[in-house]
Design a protein. Structure first.
Ligand code: HT7
Ligand code: ZN
Length: 872
């Protein structure tokens, strides 16, 4: 397959001023009639008279005309990429009639059917599966869309913008025309047709305009839309207050569909959502689910400015909209809930999934230089690291200058398709701060490593921090230039108080520019304990020789909540890593009281946010420990972590039990930060109590399971029992759970996931059986994620079974999915791509399975790119 390079970007030769579409939806086929008003782009140097349109192989071209002159076969050529029309004038009307087959579309790109509902997914390059078009984000057009369909089966017909006309047609059919006044690229086009119900609300913008808010779903899900609606209203208000951004159409619609490759899509005025990111009710949705709904609804709404009004020039610029929008949604969630908890969760995700990506064969800068298949670049790097890079700009500029920069960016580029360079330039111009060196964050891949040492001179009363930076080689980038890195620090005296730093505050941002730099602090009377990288001010790995005493000290005294959690993580990592090493040397595991004592101090501190207590008490995950390891020893990491959990459970049994009781409440469910915090701590305590292996705590978990009035508590109990040695009890409640929720697909997905992530032996057989279960459907991405992806990424001991059964299983699924749904297939491969991180035995069997996929026949571009880069 062809490799596409950023350096080859050229402005489009032709533009489309107006796009008129007519969809005739019929049971056996859909006809797409397109009328495109086209003209030569005055900015293009290319004088060709050939018009090159993108169009998928599956499109059946029925008719094509230029200025009402029907073309015959000699006037145009079909090829793999689309259509080449020769001899076009400088301005013309291109008309096409195309036949497509949404029913056969299992890739879920373009127009497809989700449980009987027609819907579209056009980002990144799905529009070319609908009709022949200039399917690139820098071609922006005004759209007018007419949909005609059977009235009984598809009473609701939606597209972007406002409805302007409707009517009845023959044979029980009806039609409606939508017009979107805002020019947009084809990737933001959307169509929905189905038997949907809606909830409706009204929003008045700051300038007094009324906006109708509508959320559509299947009738049975209508009772689960209120939280999404409230989140949308909160997001609209927040974007006005924090960014000065108002909504710009009369209607904002969200539609929930069950078959969807990602979380949601920000189509102009008509967002399409995976049900998992919009439906929420206390009985069926966990706290995590509620927070996901809030975050994703806001994310898609924020795209209306950061993505739609100002869009990307080309797909290399993807992080322009995604990094910025993730930063915006993270800040929104932080403002709606607990800021520290949100930061801890985001950093934990970044450090496991994104750091691993940065260290693997698919590592790429947030502004990639090339790709084979753009769908492979909707990555943790583009989204999460992209957001961290925007956050660093915010940190370096300060909130006020950042806001000026964002105002300038939106004003300067409203209605344009631009680049990350335009974003950085606006930030520079508005603030006067040079971001020249900072730009390396955009074009260098890999996670920088900071090594920090310090020295205290009691005579001169100076304290010095020496910071050196390096960045490991990544594919195609051997040598890296030093980054401009904001490092927020504090210094603690021996009483745990913050010292006042040269900026007059207790936290100061040091700006690292060089490979090595020393920062001096005067007037210091005793050697302080440094609190480094407060709030995780840069996406880096940081080494400083903290003693365990330093870490317990920071755990209880650091004034920065994030750093208290970080100290606990570092302490946990230090202990777990030495136990993993002991296991490697065949030593018996031993653990003193230090960690438990530190945990006890935290548990006893009634002033702390319960959610943060729960976070601190949660040991570093197996995924994080794996990411940190030179060679990942899956079994030793699991065993060491289980050992420490059990040890802590025994040491602090009384405290865990009493905290569990304190956190038990009879109040009705609420997704408020306080209630979430209480449940989170209670379930953390329950998990430790279960780790004692005592029957009485099984009873406690079972009572919780049966009496819970919300999914958070019932699911937590379910997974603790199923993952414990109480096998029979687990089987019984799994069955009860399924029978109770058989009609709720999203809950059944959790049921699948609990079983897939069961670390007990035999999970693979269970997963294979579940693939034959009525609840499973390989064509539904949510099912694939819940069962197959959960097994491969949340169940390391079983997936990495030394007999290679997990790897074989995954390869088989990827081979099958490659032809059904390439995007899902290529995402699923990820755990195998990390083969170089394991010992030689595992490397060998993992690589063989990658090779097996490679040799399995005609691969999609998606799977080919990931597998070939992994084998290189
Ligand atoms: N911008 C949206 C991207 C998206 C997507 C990309 C590829 C294939 C399917 C997809 N569904 C949605 C999502 C977002 O970041 O808001
Ligand atoms: Zn997005």
């Amino acid at each position: 397959p062809e490799v596409i390079y950023l350096k080859d970007y050229k402005v489009p030769v032709f533009l489309i001023d107006h796009t008129e579409l007519r969809f005739e939806l019929k049971p056996d086929k859909t006809l797409v009639k397109a009328r495109l008003k086209m003209r030569r782009n005055p900015e293009s140097q290319d004088v060709t008279r050939e018009l090159v349109l993108q169009g998928d192989k599956s499109l059946l071209l029925c008719r094509i005309s230029v200025d009402e002159h029907v073309l015959n076969e000699s006037d145009f050529q079909r090829n793999e990429q689309g259509l080449v029309v020769s001899g076009v004038p400088d301005q013309f009307l291109l008309e096409t009639v195309t036949e497509i087959h949404p029913d056969q579309n299992t890739a879920l790109e373009g127009l497809y059917r989700s449980d009987g509902v027609y819907c579209t997914q056009c980002e990144a390059e799905g529009f070319r599966r609908i009709t022949f078009y200039l399917d690139r984000p820098d071609v922006m057009s005004v759209f007018s869309t007419t949909i005609e369909a059977d009235k009984d089966a598809y009473p609701v017909l939606l597209s972007n913008g406002n409805p302007v006309a409707e009517g009845e047609a023959d044979e029980g059919r009806h039609w409606i025309t939508w017009e979107d006044p805002h020019p947009k690229p084809a990737y933001l086009f959307a169509l929905v047709a189905g038997d949907l119900k809606l909830i409706e609300d009204q929003y008045q913008t700051l300038s007094g305009r009324d906006v109708a808010l509508r959320i559509y779903a299947a009738d049975k899900d209508l009772d689960k839309l209120d939280y999404a609606m409230q989140s949308l209203i909160n997001a609209m208000r927040w974007d006005e207050q924090v960014y000065g951004r108002e909504y710009d159409l009369d209607i904002y619609m969200i539609v929930a569909v069950d078959f969807f490759n990602m979380g949601a899509m920000e189509n102009k005025g008509l967002n399409v959502f995976n049900t998992s990111c919009v439906l929420a009710s206390p009985e069926t949705t966990t706290d995590l689910g509620f927070q996901r709904v809030e975050g994703v609804v806001a994310h898609e709404y924020f795209h209306n400015w950061s993505g739609n009004r100002v869009t990307c020039r080309d797909w290399f610029q993807l992080s322009l909209k995604e990094g910025f929008t993730v930063f915006r949604d993270a800040e929104f969630s932080a403002d709606m809930n607990s800021r520290t908890v949100k930061r801890v969760e985001d950093v934990a995700l970044l450090r496991t999934a994104q750091f691993a990506e940065d260290a693997g064969p698919m590592a790429h800068p947030i502004l990639p230089a090339s790709f084979i298949e753009i769908s492979n670049f909707y990555t943790m790097t583009i989204y999460e690291k992209g957001a961290e890079v925007v956050r660093m700009i915010h940190t370096l500029l300060g909130a006020d200058a950042f806001r000026k920069g964002s105002d300038l960016y939106f004003d300067r580029h409203d209605g344009q398709a631009v680049t990350t360079e335009d974003f950085v330039k606006a930030m520079e111009d508005a603030s006067g701060k040079s971001l020249v060196q900072f730009r390396h964050w955009y074009n260098q891949a890999g996670t920088p490593v900071l090594n920090i040492t310090d020295a205290f001179d009691s005579e001169t009363k100076t304290y010095k921090l020496t910071i050196s930076q390096s960045c490991p080689a990544t594919p195609g980038q051997e040598v890296k230039q030093p980054y401009h890195i904001p490092i927020a620090i504090g210094l603690l005296d021996s009483q745990g108080g913050d010292l006042v730093l040269p900026n007059g505050e207790t936290t100061q941002v040091l700006e690292l520019h060089h490979a090595e730099q020393t920062f001096e602090f005067g007037g210091i009377h005793e050697k302080p304990v440094p609190s480094l990288l407060r709030g995780f001010s840069a996406p880096v790995k940081l080494n400083y020789p903290y003693s365990r005493d330093n870490l317990t000290f920071l755990m209880s005294h650091d004034s920065d909540g994030f750093s208290r959690w970080e100290a606990a993580q570092k302490l946990g990592v230090d202990i777990l890593q030495s136990l993993v090493a002991d296991l490697g040397q065949g030593k018996e595991l031993q653990l003193g009281l230090l960690l438990g004592d530190a945990f006890k101090v935290v548990l006893d501190n009634k002033d702390l946010d319960k959610a943060m207590v729960a976070k601190v008490l949660t040991l570093p995950s197996e995924a994080y420990l794996s990411e940190l390891a030179d060679v990942i020893d899956v079994d030793a990491i699991h065993e060491a972590r289980q050992f420490v959990r059990q040890h802590l459970a025994n040491q602090l049994e009384t405290e865990f039990y009493s905290t569990y009781k304190v956190c038990t409440s009879t109040d009705a469910y609420s997704p408020s930060a306080d209630s979430i915090a209480r449940r989170s701590l209670r379930n953390t305590c329950l998990s430790y109590l279960m780790a004692t292996g005592k029957q009485e705590y099984l009873e406690l978990a079972l009572v919780q399971f049966h009496e819970a009035d919300n999914m958070t508590d019932s699911q937590a109990a379910l997974s603790l029992v199923v993952h414990s040695n109480f096998v029979k009890a687990g089987e019984v409640i799994l069955d009860q759970f399924y029978q109770r929720w058989i009609d709720q697909p999203l809950v059944v997905n959790q049921w699948l996931s609990v079983q897939a992530s069961n670390p007990q032996r035999g999970a693979l057989v269970q997963v294979e059986n579940l693939m034959k279960h009525e609840a499973f459907n390989l064509q539904n991405p949510n099912k694939v994620r819940s069962l197959i992806a959960s097994f491969c990424s949340l169940n390391p001991v079983n997936f990495h079974a030394i007999d290679g059964s997990g790897y074989r299983f995954l390869a088989e699924q990827v081979i099958t999915l490659n032809s059904l749904n390439p995007q899902i297939a290529s995402r699923l491969v990820t755990p195998l791509t990390r083969w170089k991180r394991y010992n030689l035995d595992r490397q060998d069997i993992m690589r063989k399975q990658l090779q097996r996929i490679m040799d399995s026949g005609e691969l999609s571009r998606d799977v080919f790119e990931v597998v070939s880069k992994s084998l290189a």
